[in-house]
Design a protein around this ligand. Structure first.
Ligand code: GLV
Ligand code: MG
Length: 335
C-alpha cells in the first residue's frame, strides 16, 4: 500500500489534541466488577488475562449502604494488581448524588496514577463534563499525575441524547460514550422493564400472505440512539460503545444486540457477567472472512483510489476506507 486514501480517518481517533495521541487500545468488553464484594475482588488477577478493561462499579447495582465499601474496595483492587495493557476504569456515582465527590476525590488521590478512565453516568450536557474535567485537572495537578485521566459518558437520559454532540465536544479528555439503555428507557418513558436488548412487541408486521398470515419482524429498539451516538463520537474522535445486556440467560440475544452495535460502528460493550466476556470478544473482533476480503480490497487498490471488481463486487475509494477500518481493527486484535 502506498499512500492511504484521502480523508481516511484512523479508527476512532480524531482531533490532534494531546489526549487523543494516547495509544489506541482494544476495549471490546468493559468488564464490570462490584468492588465491595471480596470474592469478586479476588477474581481480578484471573480477569486480567481475559478482558480488555476492568471497571470497578460504584453506581447503580451497588446498594446505598455499600457505597463507601465499594469505593474502598476499588482502591484496594487497584493497588493490589498490576494491570499492564488491561484498562482500569471506574464508574462513579452521578453528579447530583451524595457520593460523586468522594468517589472522584478519594479514588484519584489514592490510585489516580493507575486509573485510565472515569465513566460518568446520566450525563445530560456539556456542563456535566466541564465539572468533572476541572475536578480531574485539580486533582491531577495536586497529585502530580503525569497522564490525564479520561472521561467516558453514559448516554442514558433523553436530555443527554438531545445534547449528544455538545457532550462529545465538551473536553479533549473525552474518551467515548456508552449507551445506557435501562436508564434511557426510564428517562424516555419507554414501556419496558429490561436492561437493553429488544422487545417482542417492538416489531413491524409483514403484509398478509396467501393464507392471511402475517409475520412480525422484531426491530432494534436502540438503532436510533446508537446511530446518533456513533455519529457524535466519530465526529469528535471519540469511541462509541453499546452498554449492558441484562438477560444473562439469553446469550444469543446478547450476541445479536452486540453485533448490531458493532456493525453500526461501536467498538465494544459492557460485560456484566463472565459469560458475556467471550460474546463481546467474538463480536467485536472482526470476522476472519471479512478481514480476508478487506485485505483483498487494500491489495487491489494500493493508493486507495480508483475502481476494481473483486468477486463480482465493485470496489472504490469508499470501500477501501471501509476495508481499512476492518484491517486496522484486525491488526489491533492480533498485536
Ligand atoms: C446503564 O447504566 C443503563 O442504565 O443501561
Ligand atoms: Mg444507568
Amino acid at each position: 500500500m502506498k499512500t492511504p486514501s484521502a480523508f481516511y480517518k484512523p479508527l476512532a481517533i480524531g482531533a490532534p489534541t494531546p489526549y487523543r495521541e494516547m495509544p489506541i487500545s482494544l476495549e471490546r468488553m468493559i468488564h464490570f466488577v462490584p468492588p465491595h464484594i471480596e470474592k469478586m475482588r479476588a477474581k481480578v488477577p484471573d480477569l486480567l488475562n481475559k478482558v480488555d478493561v476492568v471497571l470497578g462499579n460504584l453506581e447503580d447495582a451497588i446498594p446505598a449502604d455499600a457505597k463507601s465499601d465499594a469505593r474502598n474496595g476499588f482502591i484496594q483492587l487497584a493497588r493490589e494488581n498490576e494491570f499492564g495493557s488491561t484498562g482500569l476504569w471506574t464508574r462513579v456515582n452521578c453528579l447530583n448524588s451524595p457520593w460523586f465527590l468522594d468517589d472522584v476525590m478519594e479514588i484519584v488521590q489514592a490510585v489516580g496514577d493507575k486509573l485510565d478512565v472515569v465513566m460518568l453516568p446520566k450525563v445530560e450536557g456539556a456542563w456535566d463534563i466541564h465539572y468533572l474535567d476541572q475536578l480531574l485537572a485539580q486533582l491531577e495537578a495536586k497529585g502530580g499525575l503525569g497522564k490525564p485521566i479520561l472521561i467516558h459518558a453514559i448516554l442514558e437520559t433523553a436530555e443527554g441524547v438531545k445534547n449528544v454532540e455538545q457532550i462529545a465536544a465538551a473536553s479533549p479528555r473525552m474518551h467515548g460514550m456508552s449507551l445506557g439503555p435501562a436508564d434511557l428507557a426510564a428517562s424516555r418513558g419507554m414501556k419496558t422493564t429490561r436492561v437493553g436488548g429488544g422487545h417482542p412487541d417492538y416489531a413491524v408486521l409483514s403484509d398478509t400472505d396467501n393464507s392471511g398470515v402475517r409475520t412480525a419482524f422484531q426491530q432494534d429498539l436502540w438503532h436510533y440512539t446508537v446511530g446518533k451516538m456513533v455519529d457524535a463520537c466519530l465526529s469528535y474522535g471519540l469511541k462509541p460503545f453499546y452498554g449492558p445486556f441484562g438477560d444473562f440467560s439469553d446469550p444469543q440475544a446478547c450476541e445479536s444486540q452486540f453485533r448490531n452495535a458493532f456493525l453500526m460502528g461501536c467498538l465494544g460493550a459492557w460485560s456484566l457477567h463472565p459469560s458475556q466476556i467471550e460474546i463481546a470478544k467474538k463480536v467485536f473482533s472482526p470476522d476472519p472472512a471479512e478481514v480476508a476480503f478487506a485485505r483483498k480490497i487494500l491489495d487491489a487498490m494500493p493508493d486507495g483510489t480508483g475502481a476494481v471488481m473483486i468477486d463480482g463486487k465493485m470496489q472504490d475509494d469508499a470501500t477501501w476506507k471501509q476495508a481499512k477500518v476492518i484491517v486496522d481493527l484486525a491488526q489491533l486484535v492480533s498485536s
